[in-house]
Design a protein around this ligand. Structure first.
Ligand SMILES: [Zn+2]
Length: 276
């Protein structure tokens, strides 16, 4: 059993300590539900603007997080996420997109990447898989949102192809981290989902699901995305995988499945400071 790559930095977020060791200016993490101002089902650090929480509370929470990690909110970039495999390269002029309004985020987009310093990429989560991409030599950073739909559309592989084919980065140097998300323990799916999984995945990789009863499966979305990353050319030793389940870890995370859809959102974030 390898060590958990995502470790609590403080009550409001976890960080990928192995990556922080590679670049002291890298700010990367995944938030918890603690330290915010929201109440009831959004208690307390809800960071999603599209979930019927009070707008003012979410803004307080976003400002709290940005102060906490010393990265001003006007440098953050959010997206309007649609369970697609659409990925957009962003740069400094996109700073501030979606910080105060969900609809002002990057439209119809589930993956962001950049090689600009001084901007923070961020996406919202409540069970789906956060994928983090990092190429230390060139300062390329990226994030993707992979629920089952994004996963079977191979958003993981799409990001790898953007970085290698479009940007010319070497496959062997790309680091990927798969963050906390719903585990196979808590994620039951039907034949429709499994048929899509089988279409996208080569048979040589470990099966990411288990048949429970007729037409019922437990799906391991993290393993599925790990397989897709390897299939796209990422080295297995360059992939970190969180063992945390957002549904099991009741005290730490919001969970869309566990909370029947009425719940808050965590954020994944990654950015590189430009300060000396
Ligand atoms: Zn679980």
């Amino acid at each position: 059993m390898t060590a958990e790559p995502f470790q609590l930095r403080e009550e409001s977020y976890l960080s990928i300590y192995l990556w922080n060791e590679k670049d002291s200016k890298l700010k990367v993490g995944f938030t918890t539900k603690h330290g915010g101002q929201s109440i009831e089902e959004f208690s307390s650090l809800n960071l999603g603007l599209h979930v019927q929480d009070q707008h003012e509370s979410v803004m307080k929470n976003r400002n709290f997080l940005s102060r906490n990690i010393s990265f001003p909110l006007e440098k953050w970039i959010f997206a309007e996420q649609t369970h697609s495999n659409n990925i957009k390269k962003v740069s400094k002029p996109h700073s501030g997109k979606g910080i105060g309004s969900y609809k002002d985020g990057i439209m119809d987009c589930d993956g962001l990447y950049t090689n600009d310093k001084g901007i923070m990429l961020s996406l919202c989560f409540a069970d789906c898989v956060p994928l983090y991409f990092f190429h230390p030599k060139s300062n390329f950073i990226g994030l993707a949102h992979a629920g089952w739909k994004g996963s079977v559309q191979d958003i993981a592989g799409e990001m790898v192809r953007k970085w290698t084919i479009d940007e010319g980065l070497p496959y062997s140097e790309i680091l990927v981290a798969i963050g906390p998300s719903i585990g196979a323990c808590c994620y039951k799916v039907d034949d429709r989902v499994i048929t899509s999984v089988n279409k996208v995945l080569l048979e040589k990789y470990p099966l990411p699901y288990e048949n429970i009863t007729s037409g019922q499966y437990n799906l391991d979305l993290k393993q599925l995305n790990k397989n897709l990353l390897m299939q796209a050319g990422i080295k297995v030793e360059n992939i970190l995988v969180s063992q945390q389940c957002t549904s099991c870890e009741t005290d730490l995370y919001f969970s869309h499945r566990r909370d029947d859809g009425k719940t808050g959102r965590m954020l994944s974030f990654i950015g590189i400071d430009e300060e000396a």
